[in-house]
Design a binder for this molecule. Structure first.
Ligand SMILES: [Zn+2]
Length: 259
């Protein structure tokens, strides 16, 4: 069985096709998916979605690209996360992190929000889902300063050095469809090196459909193409990547096993 460690199945384009997507997941042997929160405004719909399907779980958090307007002007506070994290189907904190690519300084609010998510992870014991873009040094620095101790670097696109720094802090490395793109030569080298017991796979759907679906609407069933590419790069049977990434999913998001 495969799992998709990061998707946005609650986004309207995907939720509108939910029955078809669930059928495709079953046909592709994709047995679980984590529906990752990006704001609090859409929380009621997200939690209703994961409550409706045993194969779906949720995270709680506010994306670093979300300016406060996306949540009706309200910057999230620690209690917003802690209260929602109590729900039995909420198994992670995020997605959070830093993004210096989409937004420009001053970004003190983004760094403060990231620190607050790390505190929520430490208080709940739930793993962090970290997004980082054009912000490697500050991401690692804040993870160290706030004592982030477990989670996943989602949709990883950075260097081996950053992967190693994150793994040293107890983090997993998750690869998306980007690893299937011809141009992603450096990332493919990272995907060859990440130890099997630290490797996760994801779609980040509806975005980033893997080859041969590039540019189309993505969904969790397509995570198998990410696994196939990593297996090809490493010269191992795809079952090796399937087994390792699924074991890692249930080890990292351990609250699933007790829900
Ligand atoms: Zn995402």
């Amino acid at each position: 069985m495969y799992v998709d460690s990061h998707c946005h199945l609650n986004f309207p384009a995907l939720q509108a096709q939910l029955p078809d997507i669930l059928t495709r997941m079953q046909a592709a042997n994709v047995g679980h998916a984590l529906v990752v929160s990006v704001n609090l405004r859409d929380w009621p719909g997200l939690i209703a979605l994961v409550e409706s399907q045993p194969c779906l779980h949720a995270s709680v958090g506010v994306h670093p690209d979300n300016d406060a307007e996306d949540d009706d002007g309200a910057e999230p506070v620690l209690d917003d996360l802690l209260q929602r994290a109590v729900h039995p189907k909420v198994v992670a904190i995020g997605e959070t992190g830093l993004d210096y690519y989409r937004l420009a300084e001053p970004l003190d609010w983004q760094r403060a929000r990231f620190r607050m998510h790390i505190q929520a992870s430490r208080q709940t014991g739930l793993p962090l889902i970290i997004h980082t873009r054009a912000a490697v040094a500050d991401t690692i620095r804040l993870m160290r300063e706030e004592h982030a101790d477990h989670g996943v670097m989602h949709c990883f696109t950075e260097t081996w050095e950053m992967a190693r720094d994150a793994m040293d802090l107890g983090f997993y490395i998750s690869f998306s469809g980007i690893v299937t793109f011809k141009s992603a030569v450096d990332l493919q080298q990272v995907a060859q090196k990440v130890p099997l017991d630290r490797l996760l796979i994801e779609t980040d759907s509806p975005y980033l459909a893997p080859v041969p679906y590039r540019g189309k609407l993505n969904d969790p069933s397509k995570v198998i193409h990410v696994a196939e590419k990593i297996a090809e790069l490493r010269g191992v049977p795809v079952s090796v990547i399937e087994q390792a990434s699924t074991d890692n999913y249930f080890r990292l998001f351990s609250k699933i096993n007790h829900a």
